[in-house]
Design a binder for this molecule. Structure first.
Ligand code: APR
Length: 316
């Protein structure tokens, strides 16, 4: 049977994710859902009509859903479900300002996914990311490795772009790493960053690296400030779609993701941004890399910062 992926939420993030997934041409079906009547159907029709031009065959289905599971039959047998439902930030808001409102949306979406696509791997992108990922696992009751959050692929892509632009080198020459949370306690890991294999610290001053790290940490807010009416979605959707592809292809690719840690880096019992090997069952294993003492300490601090918020998230 061909692969099936569902994208919940047909806003900017969801519709661009659906487009990227469809254009990979590796899925038999992409299902796009939203609570708004007509929006997912319209986007699905439009996207489907691009097939003859772009040359892909993926079938795209748009479905409206209700709070009590109405419409959710369409997601049955999905191999992967990407949750993008929820409000985006407005200028001046932090991701945490979305906690209450998005928790209600994500909890209800998760309960319906558990009922209608009980074997899916879920990729969460709704913000605040670390909390919404933890909530999705609690609300679905899925094994922890089957619920993954998207943050690190995007954060590293931003960091990589800033480094490449600053040095005037192709983005493909640059490897960066960010761990921790998708927010204040994001932990960029300069010791693991290289340009054509050379340590970043040999090519850039510590001050310049710090400046790019700060810009990375505020990468989302910078775009929200410019757009004024929503948040970023081109790079975010590229990140989520790549993760869904790694699951669908059982790729074993190592990516920075938000996953459950059990002792890695001295952190346990919390959803945290770390590198992990991604396959058909979600996270196969967390991949640890050597960190400097300062980077390790920052990662443990990030774990503590998200732990308390994740603990209360189901009751919001
Ligand atoms: N089920 C399905 N879709 C829903 C639900 C629900 N219960 N509740 C809201 N939605 C839909 C909205 O109708 C809207 O179409 O989610 C969509 C959100 O789209 P946008 O407002 O365009 O937001 P977007 O930029 O796509 O961001 C979505 O991703 O990056 C995060 O912070 C961002 O939490 C936000 C999410």
């Amino acid at each position: 049977m061909g692969k099936k992926v569902t994208v919940v939420g047909a806003g900017f993030y969801g519709s661009t994710t659906a487009q990227r997934l469809a254009e990979y041409d590796i899925f038999e079906t992409v299902v796009l859902t939203d609570i708004i009547e007509g929006k997912p159907q319209g986007i699905a029709l439009d996207l489907g009509q691009s097939r003859a031009i772009e040359g892909f065959e993926t079938k795209i289905v748009g479905v409206s859903t209700g709070p009590n599971g109405e419409g959710y039959e369409a997601i049955a047998d999905s191999d992967v479900v990407v949750i993008t439902a929820g409000l985006p930030r407005k200028p001046g808001m932090s991701r945490m300002d979305l906690l209450g409102v998005n928790a209600k949306i994500v909890r209800q979406v998760s309960q319906n996914i558990a009922k209608y696509a009980p074997d899916a791997v879920i990729i969460v992108v709704s913000n605040p990311l670390d909390e919404m990922t933890a909530l999705t696992q609690i609300a679905t009751g899925f094994p922890k490795q089957r619920v993954i959050g998207q943050a690190g692929v995007l954060d590293t892509a931003r960091f990589t772009t800033f480094v490449a632009d600053a040095l005037g080198v192709p983005v493909r020459s640059v490897k960066t790493m960010t761990l921790g949370s998708h927010g204040e306690t994001m932990v960029p890991v300069p010791s693991q960053c290289t340009v054509d294999g050379k340590p970043l610290a040999e090519l850039m001053s510590a001050e310049k690296i710090d400046e790019l790290v700060t810009r990375t940490r505020n990468g989302g807010a910078e775009i929200v400030g410019l757009l004024k009416t929503g948040s970023a979605y081109y790079a975010p959707s590229a990140a989520a779609a790549r993760m869904a592809k790694a699951v669908a292809e059982d790729a074993g690719e190592v990516m920075p993701v938000c996953t459950w840690v059990s002792g890695e880096y001295g952190c346990s019992g919390v959803y945290l941004g770390v590198q992990a090997e991604i396959g058909a069952e979600g996270v196969r294993r967390v991949v640890e890399t050597p960190l400097t003492a300062a980077e390790s300490a920052a990662l443990r601090e990030a774990a503590e910062a998200v732990r308390s918020k994740q603990a209360d998230v189901f009751d919001l």
